[in-house]
Each structure stands twice: as structure tokens, then as C-alpha cells.
Design a protein around this ligand. Structure first.
Ligand SMILES: C[S@@+](CC[C@H](N)C(=O)[O-])C[C@H]1O[C@@H](n2cnc3c(N)ncnc32)[C@H](O)[C@@H]1O
Length: 235
């Protein structure tokens, strides 16, 4: 199946080619925490400013986030975009009125995001999810993560989930955008789509599930199941 916009198909093909090149980078990796960090650093470095060579970079905010933000004005509230990459989702949160911070462990992603949005009110920070400033814990009204949980290996997932959960203020909101997979799927990432138990693990960290939207993204050669989750942290 092709999309209605041939330019999108061309972009997808170029992203696919880049993905094949990138897959070779970590072909023999055990996907440990340091290896994942090195992998992401290398992807942004190798791209040399060409976003097509960053396969997850759509250069636009996710529609699900934009739709959610339409009903949630952020005036007077803080937001954090976890692993913000090139910044599009963080920009959307700032445009909705949130005082927004975006951080990423990849050194080259942060100056790239700043260069793309020179007038941005977003505070872009080079930081590691597992070593964040202590003042960030429990301090954001809205925390958003897109494709981070699935980008770190299943053995890192409990730690990743806990780290993301810890950033939300009591009473605050967490939004998660991720690929999902049936329980029975043999996981052979990266990426590692989340199964039901993994996607719902925030309920073990004091969160209540407010909304769950399962949907499929269509690509010319495949259909990719996704989930968009809204969680509220208990007070
Ligand atoms: C698949 S990309 C998604 C990027 C962005 N959220 C988006 O949707 O375009 C995963 C991102 O996680 C970042 N990342 C990986 N490990 C991280 C860590 N420990 N701390 C912060 N960012 C990390 C990578 O550098 C990369 O930008």
C-alpha cells in the first residue's frame, strides 16, 4: 500500500535504507545500557544533519499528542519530553502553553534540536534518563515519552519505566506513545514493542490508566500496531 503523498513514500524509502545501514551498527550488540547510548550517539553523528538518516525522525509532532494537547492547555504548567530527539514533540507541548524541557542522551541531538528551533522557548538539555538532576524528580505536570521505552532493551525496561514514572508530579499526567505487540511475539528488537504487561507497568508505580488508544500505522510494506496511553499519577 502506498500513501496518498508520494513524497512521504520517498521519505519512507530513504528512512528504510538508513535503517538498514544503522541496523549493521549494533548487529553484534548485547544492547546493554552503555551500548544503547553509544548506538544513539552514533546514529545522530552519522546523520551529519540529514534527518532522513535518523529513521524515527518524522520532523513533525505525533498526531496523537497534538490531538491530546488540543484539550489540555498547558498555561502555568510544566512539561518534560523524555528522550526528545530532534524536538518536534517538545515544540508541540510548548506551543500548547507548557513550560517545556526536552532532554536526550545523544550529544548531537540537542544542538540539532536547538538549531531547528532557534526561537524556541523549550529548554533543550543533554541528559541521561538514568542520571537526571535530582530537582527533576516528581516535578513535572506533564511527562511525555515517544519511542523511548521500546528503544531500550527488555532487560532495561523495568528501570526505564521506573525512571520515567519518577519524573511526574503527584496528580500529573504521563503520556506514552509506543509500538505494541502480542504477548506471544518473540521479541527480536531493536525496537522492542511493548506487550500488554509491559505497557501497563506504570500501574505498579502509582499511576491510574485514564485512556488507552490502540491504533495501526500503515507503511507501504507493513502495518505497525501502536498504543497511546494517558496515565495519571496518584496524589
Ligand atoms: C527512537 S528515538 C525517539 C526520539 C524521539 N522521542 C522521537 O520520537 O523522535 C529514542 C531516543 O532515546 C534517546 N535515548 C536513549 N537512551 C537514553 C537515555 N538513557 N537517556 C535519554 N535519552 C535516551 C536516544 O538518543 C533517542 O533520541
Amino acid at each position: 500500500m502506498t500513501s496518498e503523498n508520494p513524497a512521504n513514500d520517498d521519505l519512507r524509502q530513504r528512512q528504510k535504507d538508513a535503517r538498514a545501514e544503522i541496523d549493521k551498527l549494533d548487529a553484534n550488540s548485547t544492547h546493554s545500557e552503555p551500548e544503547r547510548k553509544a548506538f544513539f550517539n552514533t546514529v545522530y553523528q552519522m546523520a551529519e544533519g540529514d534527518a532522513v538518516r535518523v529513521p524515527w525522525a518524522d520532523l513533525q509532532a505525533k498526531e496523537k499528542l497534538l490531538d491530546w494537547l488540543k484539550g489540555h492547555n498547558g498555561s502555568g504548567l510544566t512539561a518534560l519530553d523524555v528522550a526528545c530527539g530532534l524536538g518536534d514533540n517538545a515544540e508541540a507541548m510548548a506551543a500548547a502553553g507548557y513550560q517545556t524541557t526536552g532532554f536526550d542522551v545523544a550529544e548531537d541531538a540537542i544542538p540539532w534540536a536547538k538549531k531547528r528551533f532557534p526561537e524556541s522557548p523549550v529548554s533543550y538539555v543533554h541528559a541521561d534518563l538514568f542520571k537526571l538532576p535530582s530537582s527533576w524528580y516528581g516535578s513535572f505536570d506533564l511527562v511525555h515519552e515517544c519511542y523511548t521505552l521500546q528503544a531500550l532493551s527488555p532487560q532495561l525496561l523495568p528501570k526505564t519505566t521506573e525512571a520515567i514514572a519518577s519524573l511526574v508530579k503527584p496528580g500529573g499526567t504521563l503520556l506514552v506513545y509506543t509500538r505494541i505487540a502480542p504477548e506471544t511475539l518473540q521479541q527480536s528488537g531493536p525496537p522492542w514493542p511493548l506487550n500488554k504487561a509491559q505497557a501497563e507497568a506504570f500501574s505498579n508505580h502509582g499511576f491510574e490508566l485514564i485512556a488507552e488508544d490502540q491504533f495501526t500505522i500503515e507503511r507501504p510494506d507493513r502495518r505497525i500496531p501502536h498504543g497511546f496511553y494517558e496515565w495519571k499519577k496518584n496524589i
